[in-house]
Design a protein around this ligand. Sequence first.
Ligand code: ADP
Ligand code: MG
Length: 614
Amino acid sequence: MAEREPVIGIDLGTTNSVVASVQGHQPLVIPNRTGQRLTPSVVAVGRNGKRLVGAIAKRQAITNPQDTVYAAKRLIGRKFSSSQVQESLQRLSYPVVCGEHDDIRVRLGERDWALPEISATVLAELKLDAEAHFGCPVNRAVITVPAYFNDGQRQATKDAGRIAGLEVLRILNEPTAAALAYGFGRSVTGKIAVFDLGGGTFDVSVLEVASNVFEVAATGGDTFLGGEDFDSRVIEWLVFGFAKEHGIDLRKDRMALQRMRDAAEKAKVELSSTREAQVSLPFICTPPGGGSALHLQATLTREKLEDLTRDLAHRTLAIVDDVLREAGVRVVDLKEVILVGGMTRMPLVQELVRKHFKREPCKGVHPEEVVALGAAIHAHSLLSEESEVLLLDVTPQSLGVAIAGGYVRKLIPRNTTVPTTVTERFNTSRDGQTVVKIMVLQGESEIAHQNELLGEFVLSGLREARRGEVEIDLTFDINSEGLVSVSAVDRETGQRQSITVTATGGLTEDELARIMDEQRDYLLEARATDEVRQKRQELEALVGEANGLLPRVRGLTEGSEFGSDALLKAERYLKAATRALKGEDLAALGESLEQVGRTVNLFRGIVQRMGQGR
Ligand code: ADP
Ligand code: MG
């Protein structure tokens, strides 16, 4: 067989992203260039103006929260003014501003970034990882999105792919991808549920599988329910405990907040396999009136974590019931429940799922990797002649147009199988009306303005006539990727107008072209940089900084138990780093970067807190 350029599947997650491909008839995760299978979906601009992506960006978030973007997926393709976005803005540590079309821009480094640019940076990193793995260019990909994503969010994700230099073969729903991976190599028939609780979103879908046909029967979810919300509960608990003890509100301190966020997540993850986790954040703040620095120390038990988050876990079940009802499926009709997303490792979540579905969830599927594997399988089947898999997805939200009185006329109800086309006849509503404005809406509300406005367009030059006499045919089309297009025809003149529904919230073609140019330069540069050399340079810089701070830290923490513990650890890390710097081992360099990075963060914190006034 002729050598063919590899195609990849990408799970572009809120928290973590994964890239995979089919190699030798087997879907496999492609580790990134530091040997990790998950790449944090974090983008930052460092002090020197350099772009940082993945673990390295996540690591420096504590000291650089303003220039570090995480969970961009919660904002991509959304409207700045929407209430959900407004609500989430308060929780962001980085500044965002409103763009020209009510879109969201992130102020990062010296300039404003569009959300697709941020996601593109993550996608480009995964593309480079895949290229390093295969030793050849990789230009085509299938990218997954939550089933609940609307048209604007899908378009924006596709734009991100283009900016990253990828031809996006298809936007695929995450649960469909998970089901594909689950069904790979086994013959599955029946109804299955995919329960996906990730870092930022929750999705549940019911699929009907018959040999090679995968049909989504119903899907639902909450784009603002995920691991971050669980972490927030732990942070609140830490903040409350600290306030009770010291009378200080730690939420006002960005750096303290970021450190607590890391610690909360770490404790939560740990508690999936242990019963108790220690949270220890030395030198978290100095009292307002002066005096020695305060430490945050707490013990979190699994029971306490479960008390703090039980309602969040229960919220998933209400959504499950809605989706089952919509699919007309009872729990007992289900053949299998597949758990997806890192949060489904939490024992409480597993227990609730087990009870609710009255069965053991499927074993042998890796919750963080299964979506990327499914995307890889689909990418492969799209290109191979022997393609046998048929995917039938549904539209996640109803589509309609605004009508008189501020109401909505629904044309395509949610959970309709796509691709689908609907044509409806409309009449003018006033005498002598020569112009109609058509507002295309997506959402479930009967009230027009409570839905997402996908786009609007004007059909002009209609014949002057009495009201109702002029007839217009509107055709709505949703393709297999869930993307919407609309066209209108004046029945009498045959005059046709169509819109691709990208006008609101999306990037214009000009903007996209400019960004793509910049990105190309970046990719070329990034490819040219030798990975080991780059890691070594970064590590050398960090070791230098740590050694520089060490004498001051030693002086400042004298006599403190925390201080001496931290110093011992730091010295161990620095020694390991010196060893790593002598070798060529990428993994060892990566590990040292992580450890020394943490040490430097701690040192900077200590100097900042305690060095004041000395
Ligand atoms: P996403 O799809 O949103 O990118 P993932 O599926 O990678 O997210 O899940 C990330 C979430 O899973 C994070 O909130 C993380 O803290 C959580 N997580 C990962 N491992 C565990 C674990 N062992 N126990 C509990 N939560 C976990
Ligand atoms: Mg996910």
